[in-house]
Ligand binder design. Sequence first.
Ligand SMILES: [Zn+2]
Length: 462
Amino acid sequence: MQTIYNTLTRQKESFTTIEPGKVRLYSCGPTVYDYYHIGNARTFTVFDMVYRWLTATGYQVNYVRNITDIDDKIIERANANGETMQALTERMAAAMFEDSDRLKLLRPVHSPRATQYIDAMLDIIRMLEEKGVAYRGANGDVYYAVREFPEYGKLSRKNLDDLRAGERVAVASDKRDPLDFVLWKAAKPHEPKWPSIFGDGRPGWHIECSAMCREVLGEQIDIHGGGWDLQFPHHENEIAQSEGVYPKGQAKPFARYWMHCAFLNFDSEKMSKSLGNFFTLREVLNKLDAVQGGETVRFFLMRGHYRSEINYTWDTLEDARQTLLGFYIALKDVPPADVALDWNDPYAKRFRAALEDDFDTPAALAVLHELRREINRSGSKELAGLLRALGGTIGLLQDAPEAFVRGAKDSGSLDVDALVQERIDAKKSKNFARADEIRKQLDAAGIVLEDKPGGLTEWRRK
Ligand SMILES: [Zn+2]
């Protein structure tokens, strides 16, 4: 039985779905004004894992990850670049998919773009106004009246009075309450705008997700996910919007399970632009081997439980690469048999139990380690097949082992295959000095040789 830690109840709960066998999964996607950050990569990888795992255990998962293509940062960046918002967001959305492919993220079933759901957003804002939870400010903006939604704060467990005490009241604010948030922003010069019954303008950020959820998945969804920092105010506001459209006291719960992924730290510090430790996924991948890098980052991210902060340094990434390499070496040495995944196998059973326990990937990976040791010991092709099949349920170990262990790192001018052959020939003609010289030359280039029975030599990256 799958369990999920629900942020809303602060408890691990049994997972049941609205429709039997079907999962409506929404996770907040990127704002496409720049390449995405390694911290976002963690969140996307976690929900990719959830998507793959639930699918592997028999659910039909409708996985939606939105694209925010209208927002202050996008407008600023497009203006600074002297390009249109559309040109910027098209380019960055394409780059987002490219980077995600390198990380081996499956494409979500739907990747809706906010600007294509403006009418749906306006519908919700109109319903909120009718229910008396949205109002028009004198400045033309439309706000959400948090005091009209008594459950405001239920996700983040924040108390409105405490929040107000911490809020400096903006001078000349058109808000009735400093915590009210904007649903629709009145048009300003040099900003994109859409016509509406509230006047020309553009949507606030929070309303985007409520609208895309409702349009693509329906009024109620099973799992809503995102990064830890989105709990407040973003997800709190999504709840207020999505549940605020119903008559008072008759609200249907918007999302049944809220999942939040913890932070990724660099060298034990929070990442920030000012500390200079803020990396895009692209920067990280470009420093790693082109063949091994994507899965190395993915494997590294899965070594931590999604609710635990994890620390990343270049050393921890290298350690992840070495461990992953160990799995691929095992699969290279013992070619996997093509087996159907049997959940009654003892290894498979324990692997499944780990992931069913709130997606405990570290415990699941520990089972794969044991399995690898057993494969190295027994040379069982069936167990190698099982290792590959289990890895596949969370998007690991699907590359061709030969290609993975060799990697792609530029070997300078070395023609590795030719040198390996020359060494074999040198050994045959008893020219051991030359054979040794070649081995040292390749070793210096980061290449390990493995002599196999029958005079064969295989090679891989260190
Ligand atoms: Zn969102």
